[in-house]
Design a protein around this ligand. Structure first.
Ligand code: ATP
Ligand code: MG
Length: 680
């Protein structure tokens, strides 16, 4: 029976045909690791006659699991007989097992917010002083999570955040809370599943019978509890097939341990090990520049692979004024390409932090560029600070007036008690007037209310940019944010950045009504894309973390400036974190098939930025490459077409090359050429 194997290379075929026992595939980006997984699944069913239902394919994110299943369904020869294959994330699969054997219900799952509130109230009722310190609570939660993900005994753990005994007591109380109320959280999905399999031979036997073949993609991001669970599930036949790339390990902060990948061959001494040697995704220039970056990481397992594609278009570093200009240039590039017959889905915009999507989304909405946000709407627009500002706008314009006023009444604190407001809400007429009329107010409160009325009246006719600045500086909102951050011990910097983003966003409009309409369009666009799951013909927007495993013809990387790329908040970045960030940037770069543009905005929020150090690392290769150009090389120029390099002249203004374009001789600057034109 014919499967679609002709196009696979020898190493890929070897991996696809691997039948029983453990197997490890370590290989670089775009070398066909995921391809090997989907083909192997088909091969197992078709050739080795393995029942489709016995095959389990696991990866890390929902998007990746979905993408893989889609790729699988599109393979030639796909038919209904393959329906039974299980594709999922660790969480989804472990939940399925817990539901089946222990009746776990989705409604008993505590989400992150609920978990936070419960832990906070435990801290408060224990009488610890830090119950209002958000950062400490986050740190405690993250440490508790680390213990679970690494299957550590709490007694062996020394916390960084707080005193050891306090930490233990909080963790124990949280455990009892969950136990007594029949609840569990995301981390529990992993540990509960693990312990269930360890403790119940009956369940373990059944799970082993169900999943006879296990395949894991992106194995470099696995953590201890995930690996241990997979190990017992796969035992004793150990039909466990893993693929990964240590250079793409980007979840260390969540307890992922790329070291586990190397432990694999120790855990399974007889495991087959296969390396894939050819990258099929990206042009040579993209791979070479990405390699020049990742080679700066000291802690890595050296693996080499070759590219199968031509040199292609050289990655360009585009220096722009600010993030607004960056977004506009991206929009124009996309629009002009689509005009020439291209498709929106050729493009992805990848950024390090969610805040960056704000300028892009604004530009896309204004230019009618369809997009799908892989992170949902997690930019500035669903931050509570944004909702506050929007409520000022709505209150000024009388849109959903009472609700809007309610939200901003005590932001900043105007000392108006809830009961007074509720009382006034029951009366007809203007809410603020009704509150003023209540006879329990003192002079200060009354003055505050008149000031609010006055502010709203002024804002009403202002252009939105000016209005945001007014709300921040004259209506007391920024001071309120400063106090809020202080009381809650939250870093003020992020809040300020959000306010700056909101200001920049509003600057682009002449009146508030248009701006509110713009916001409505954004919400609608994000909602409808989600509802219709319209991947086709939309530009993909995503963080670097979400980009893993995906590929696009043309990739824009936003904001390659120090502090964002690499991302750090303290004065300096540790070398381990720097290596993490470099891997993340490497993942982003290697998503591109043909074209890669990296943007370097010179300003952020009116302040000068410094170019990301990663750009220098790529540039170093670029400079080497420029020196290597020699006469006889064929180059491609956007306007003149293919040409042969005849001469290289170094002059005081830089390097110039003389190129013969089929008889027409042109003198070109090497700088311009290398960054913008195709070199083969
Ligand atoms: P990443 O590390 O980024 O997850 P990967 O190793 O999983 O990458 P794939 O996504 O499987 O790589 O493959 C990259 C691209 O190369 C895909 O478009 C795939 O279809 C193509 N490809 C893989 N193998 C071959 C082959 N033998 N011939 C032609 N194209 C191939
Ligand atoms: Mg992959």
């Amino acid at each position: 029976m014919k499967t679609n194997l002709e196009k696979l290379n020898d190493e890929q075929l070897e991996a696809v045909k691997h039948y029983k026992g453990p197997c490890l595939v370590i290989a670089g980006p775009g070398t066909g690791k995921t391809t090997v997984i989907t083909h192997r699944v088909m091969y197992l069913v078709k050739h080795n006659r393995v029942e489709a239902g016995k095959i389990l394919v696991v990866t890390f994110t929902k998007a990746a699991a979905k993408e893989m299943e889609e790729r699988f369904c599109k393979l030639p020869g796909y038919s209904k007989e393959y329906n039974g294959v299980t594709f999922g994330t660790f969480h989804s699969i472990f939940f399925r097992i817990l539901r089946r054997y222990k009746n776990y219900r989705l409604e008993d799952l505590l989400d992150e917010k609920e978990k936070y509130m419960i832990i906070k109230s435990i801290i408060k009722s224990s009488g610890y002083s830090f119950f209002e310190d958000e950062q400490v609570i986050e740190a405690i939660i993250s440490e508790m999570s680390y213990i679970q993900n690494t299957l550590m005994d709490i007694d062996d753990y020394k916390p960084d955040s707080i005193d050891r005994n306090e930490f233990k007591s909080i963790a124990r109380q949280y455990e009892s809370y969950k136990h007594n109320n029949g609840k569990y959280d995301y981390d529990d999905m992993l540990t509960h599943c693990y312990h269930m399999l360890v403790n119940s031979t009956q369940v373990l036997k059944s799970v082993r019978e169900k999943f006879g073949y296990i395949l894991i993609d992106e194995f470099q991001d696995i953590n201890k509890v995930q690996f241990e669970t997979m190990k017992i599930m796969a035992s004793p036949l150990n039909n466990i097939f893993i693929v990964g790339d240590d250079d793409q390990s980007i979840y260390r902060f969540r307890g992922a341990d790329p070291g586990i990948m190397f432990e694999f061959s120790r855990a399974y001494r007889a495991s087959a090990q296969i390396t894939l040697k050819y990258n099929y995704r990206s042009s040579k220039a993209i791979i070479n520049s990405a390699m020049s970056l990742i080679n700066n990481n000291k802690k890595r397992y050296q693996k080499s692979f070759q590219t199968t594609k031509d040199m292609g278009i050289y990655p360009s570093v585009v220096r722009v004024e600010d993030f607004e200009e960056e977004a506009k240039i991206i929009r124009e590039k996309i629009a002009s390409r689509v005009k020439q017959g291209g498709n929106y889905s050729e493009f992805a915009v990848i950024y390090r932090t969610n805040l960056q999507s704000r300028a892009i989304i604004d530009a896309f909405i204004a230019g009618n560029i369809p997009f799908i946000s892989y992170d949902g709407l997690v930019s500035v627009y669903n931050h509570w600070i944004f909702t506050d500002i929007l409520c000022y706008f709505k209150a000024a314009l009388g849109i959903e007036k009472n609700n809007s006023i309610l939200r901003i009444m005590n932001k900043p604190n105007r000392y108006i008690a809830r009961a007074v407001i509720e009382n006034a809400l029951n009366k007809d007429g203007d809410l603020i007037d009704n509150i003023i009329k209540s006879d329990t107010l003192n002079d200060l409160q009354i003055r505050n209310l008149y000031e609010l009325k006055d502010s709203l009246l002024r804002i009403k006719d202002m252009p939105p940019g000016k209005a945001v600045r007014y709300i921040r500086n004259f209506a007391g909102y920024e001071e309120y944010i400063r106090d809020y951050a202080y009381v809650k011990s939250i870093e003020l910097k992020l809040f300020k950045e959000i306010l700056e983003e909101i200001t920049s966003s509003a600057e682009g409009f002449t009146n508030i009504l248009d701006y509110i309409e713009h916001i409505r369009k954004i919400a609608e666009s994000v909602r409808s894309k989600y509802r219709d799951n319209k991947k086709s013909n939309s530009v993909a927007l995503m963080t670097m973390h979400k980009a893993k495993g995906l590929e696009f013809d043309r990739v824009f990387i936003s904001g390659a400036v120090d502090g964002i790329v690499p991302y750090y908040r303290e004065a300096a970045i540790s070398s381990a974190d720097l290596e993490d960030e470099r891997r993340l940037f490497y993942v982003a770069m290697t998503r591109a098939r043909n074209e890669l543009s990296i943007f370097v905005p010179k300003h952020r929020f009116s302040q000068k930025t410094s170019t990301s150090r990663f750009i220098e690392e790529i540039d170093a290769w670029l400079k080497d490459y420029k020196c290597n150009i020699k006469s006889g090389d064929i180059i491609h120029h956007k306007h003149f077409g293919d040409g042969t390099v005849r001469e290289i002249n170094k002059t005081s203004e830089g390097c110039r090359i003389i190129v013969d374009f089929k008889g027409t001789i042109k003198k070109l600057s090497l700088d311009v050429l290398v960054k913008n034109q195709i070199i083969r």
